[in-house]
Design a protein around this ligand. Structure first.
Ligand code: CA
Length: 224
């Protein structure tokens, strides 16, 4: 689970990073509104914690621009502002929950978990596209009933593409999703692994499912 914390107060940010890290989250911190907005537009976080009083652009604007850009990651607003009209404004702008500082970490964690449950009420177990079938629980994939023997990274890559069938995914996004957040070397590893994956998933079959979109990335679909 990937969480973005947009918080300018270093002490709070550090405390949250430690707490969520220990609770099994991959944590990214943004120290101001602009940085936070850019990160949130670039990466699909599972959940976002948003402070309101922030340098550059405030939390309201971050929220508004995120929703305008159709980013639907659940957002919990964490703030010292507690007036009723502030809360109402937050919800109107598309906040999913609201917690007032000072807070207990256990309460924050419980609320975040509840937001995550609401956002994905059930994990999809089987993904199908044409004759491709991916069983995400048993980590098995087949095409036309034939088992595909994939490494765990190849399986992740395949599931990512299939979950977003029809969407072009950039190399950066793929690298971050499959090889972890702070993937900073070049994205060549994506191409290399994609080639291997295609060798297993597409080469033996006449219907190709994985396509390269020049200058943009990769897409999975039945025709292109
Ligand atoms: Ca602040």
């Amino acid at each position: 689970m990937r969480i973005l914390i947009i918080e300018d107060e270093a002490k709070t940010a550090k405390f949250l990073k430690k707490g969520f890290g220990e609770s099994g989250f991959v944590v990214e911190i943004a120290k101001d509104g602009l940085d936070g907005l850019h990160l949130a537009l670039e990466i699909d976080f599972d959940v976002i914690i948003l402070d309101l009083m922030l340098p550059h652009i405030d939390g309201w604007q971050v929220l508004e621009r995120l929703r305008q850009a159709d980013r639907q990651s659940p957002v919990l607003v964490l703030t010292a502002l507690d007036a009723v009209h502030e809360r109402v404004r937050g919800f109107e702008l598309g906040a999913d929950d609201y917690l007032v500082k000072p807070f207990a970490f256990s309460e924050l964690l419980a609320r975040i978990r509840s937001l995550l449950r609401r956002a994905s009420p059930r994990q999809q177990e089987t993904i199908r596209l044409a004759d491709l079938e991916i069983d995400t629980l048993r980590q098995r994939a087949t095409r036309a009933g034939q088992r595909l023997y994939l490494t765990s990274k190849e399986f992740l890559l395949l599931s990512l593409l299939a979950r977003h069938a029809g969407e072009v995914l950039s190399r950066t996004l793929i690298a971050e999703a499959v090889w972890d957040m702070n993937f900073d070397s070049d994205t060549n590893v994506v191409d290399v692994n994609m080639r291997r994956l295609r060798g297993k998933v597409d080469e033996p079959f006449s219907l190709k499912l994985i396509h390269t979109v020049r200058g943009a990335g990769y897409v999975m679909e039945t025709e292109r």
